[in-house]
Design a protein around this ligand. Structure first.
Ligand SMILES: Cc1cc2nc3c(=O)[nH]c(=O)nc-3n(C[C@H](O)[C@H](O)[C@H](O)COP(=O)(O)O)c2cc1C
Length: 322
């Protein structure tokens, strides 16, 4: 067992969250993570809408009596209705990524909900701390999905130093007990893992998305704005999408002007590829930790092994001290 202040704050056994992956972190994954002693997170999505989110929250509640949360890509317009659902349903935690969380703090506090902010720069971390969030997730650019450029190893301790006693979680590149132990050594009180849980039985995406992620190695991801540009996705400057490298993103990376001119055709190509489950075209979000992920497992197996391995490493390494 590894007990940190995050476990006390949330009433959980293990200091591990699954990342709130839009749409694909749904009830099954959130409940499995919470039942395994972590904090399950549902990824709220404007595509699914308010009713989808309410259903996922209620399904999660039917599958677990433990705490769980919801996360949002808060740079998207139209998330207010989704946030209201999470507030009304009194989830344990709400996480906001890619926006200043200030506007969301009071309502969460009034509902007794813990408010987290996932940040990609020190300035954002300080602003979130000043706004009164309950914890900060410092996300390094190794992360799968949308992310910044700072590396987890230097970013996490810098955030820890900057935000005083506020709990900090590490995200980006953590897929096993080595990553959890390292994050704790950097001063984090927990971790949020996305890529590792994509390769879980309870992840809500398709097997055509998991197969290339399992096959990819450490060198095989790319941080790209190609898909966001084609779709007109509302992410802040400096944020791009870390995905598994494929023929499509290799072809279009660095060709922003041409993409602008061909946007309608490229949007159509993505729609067709999504329908066909074509991973040579679609964005398969995965972080640099893909190289550490080799098999599909249950969320419980992942959590148990991660905690056991981290505990063993922390114990064994103490023996090096003389
Ligand atoms: C498939 C996938 C989808 C993601 N979607 C979201 C999202 O919707 N909202 C969000 O805040 N972060 C999202 N992320 C990023 C995670 O919150 C988290 O920071 C990241 O997964 C941590 O790095 P790791 O992938 O190396 O574990 C996503 C990550 C992945 C792998």
């Amino acid at each position: 067992m590894i007990r940190t202040s995050l476990c006390d704050l949330l009433g959980i056994e293990h200091p591990i969250l699954n990342a709130p992956m839009s749409r694909t972190a749904a009830a099954e994954l959130a409940a499995a993570v919470s039942n395994a002693g972590g904090l399950g997170m549902i990824g709220g999505t404007t595509r699914g809408g308010a009713e989808w989110l309410r259903q996922q929250i209620r399904s999660t509640r039917a599958l677990t009596d433990r705490p769980f949360g919801v996360g949002f890509v808060s740079s998207f317009s139209n998330i207010d209705e989704l946030v209201q659902v999470a507030l009304d349903e009194r989830v344990a935690v709400i996480n906001h990524s890619f926006s200043d969380p200030t506007a969301y703090v009071k309502a969460a506090r009034d509902c007794g909900i813990r408010l987290f902010a996932q940040v990609q720069s020190l300035e954002q971390a300080k602003r979130a701390a000043d706004a009164g969030v309950d914890a900060i997730i410092a996300q390094g650019g190794e992360a799968g999905g949308h992310t910044g450029t700072l590396g987890t190893m230097a970013f996490v301790p810098a955030v820890v130093d900057a935000v005083g006693s506020l709990p900090v979680l590490a995200a980006g590149g953590i897929a096993d007990g080595r990553g959890l132990a390292a994050a704790l050594m950097l001063g984090a009180v927990g971790v949020s893992m996305g890529t590792r849980f994509v390769a879980s039985h309870q992840w809500g995406g398709g097997s055509w998305e998991q197969t290339p992620l399992l096959a990819a190695g450490t060198d095989d991801t790319i941080r790209t704005a190609v898909y966001d540009q084609i779709r007109g996705a509302e992410f802040p400057n400096g944020i791009a999408d870390r995905v598994v490298r494929n023929a499509f993103n290799s072809k279009w990376e660095g060709r922003a002007n041409e993409i602008d001119a061909l946007r309608t055709e490229l949007q159509h190509e993505l729609e067709v590829a999504a329908g066909q489950g074509d991973s040579s075209v679609m964005d398969i979000s995965g972080g640099e930790a893909v190289g550490l992920v080799r098999s599909l497992e249950s969320a419980k197996t992942i959590i148990d092994r991660t905690v056991d391995e981290a505990a063993r490493l922390l114990r064994d390494n103490a023996a090096r001290l003389h």
